[in-house]
Design a protein around this ligand. Sequence first.
Ligand SMILES: CC(=O)SCCNC(=O)CCNC(=O)[C@H](O)C(C)(C)COP(=O)(O)OP(=O)(O)OC[C@H]1O[C@@H](n2cnc3c(N)ncnc32)[C@H](O)[C@@H]1OP(=O)(O)O
Ligand SMILES: N[C@@H](CCO)C(=O)O
Length: 303
Amino acid sequence: MPIKIPDNLPAKEILNRENIFTMDESVAYQQDIRPLRIALLNLMPTKETTETQLLRLIGNTPLQVEFVLLHPKTHQSKNTSAEHLATFYKTFEDIEHEKLDGMIITGAPVEQMDFEDVHYWEELQKIMDWSKTNVTSTLHICWAAQAGLYHHFGVKKYPLEEKLFGVFPHTVGIANTKLLRGFDEMFFVPQSRHTEVRREDIELHPELEILSESEDAGVYIAATKNGRHIYVTGHSEYDCHTLKWEYDRDINKGLSVAVPKNYYPNNDPTRTPCITWRAHANLLFSNWLNYYVYQETPYDFMI
Ligand SMILES: CC(=O)SCCNC(=O)CCNC(=O)[C@H](O)C(C)(C)COP(=O)(O)OP(=O)(O)OC[C@H]1O[C@@H](n2cnc3c(N)ncnc32)[C@H](O)[C@@H]1OP(=O)(O)O
Ligand SMILES: N[C@@H](CCO)C(=O)O
């Protein structure tokens, strides 16, 4: 939340230089509050797990949030029951005449396919185009970040020689950026993917900036300079045991997969992993909700 301070307090200038958000008394008197409307376009097969992970992070705010669950109509889900979708989910057609304060588009296990081979690619492109005018800020996670960068900017994804799998140190790329307010200079993020986007391709687009990256994992967060589209390649929303679940799943299938790096104590998969990214995950989502959604969205957006 912004700090409301007297109009002429000297600290105001110092904080403004650090991009700390302050608000004059005169502006504060005019500020109205209403619940935020945030949609989760859930592309994951494990929909119930992802709902829980993201609600946990979105719920960490004093703001009231109305959560709208969306699934792609043009894909028949194998792993989530039709009953769950019918009870709790809507499709894009149900909301396309509305406005949203924020939208999160999740990852999906389709990164090794061409975008055009994904069943819901056309539908997703339509939703991403619509988001430019109907959503104040859209956060794209993992495959959705690759899909958004490709659709909006033509940025390609490239296969990695081996799966990027583990918990890696990341750094803040641009000082005082509001999305990373309060972050330590180095922080940890889980990564679990077979493909990457590259800095040099993103740099060709002056509308984009790279907010965070990692020596091991490459670009972590890119965003449009106006904050309306945010692309996050890692999985800060993952629970402590999600990487273990993915690792055990692949081992049980007989796949050759390396132990996730920097995750188990002494990299020993018989030991219980320890979470090292929760604080930054909470900050990332509360900064997004505050600075990119709540402070930017018009009060009468939905009228
Ligand atoms: C890079 C990132 O974004 S990481 C995020 C993705 N991570 C995850 O999904 C982790 C959890 N997922 C999993 O562990 C596995 O996908 C499982 C265990 C749920 C299922 O795996 P499998 O049995 O091997 O494959 P299955 O044939 O059921 O298809 C898996 C999913 O791939 C996706 N998929 C596969 N082909 C297509 C396609 N052509 N178009 C769209 N989606 C597709 C679907 O999401 C499908 O699940 P769904 O129908 O429930 O939505
Ligand atoms: N995080 C994913 C990568 C596949 O897209 C998994 O391991 O299931």
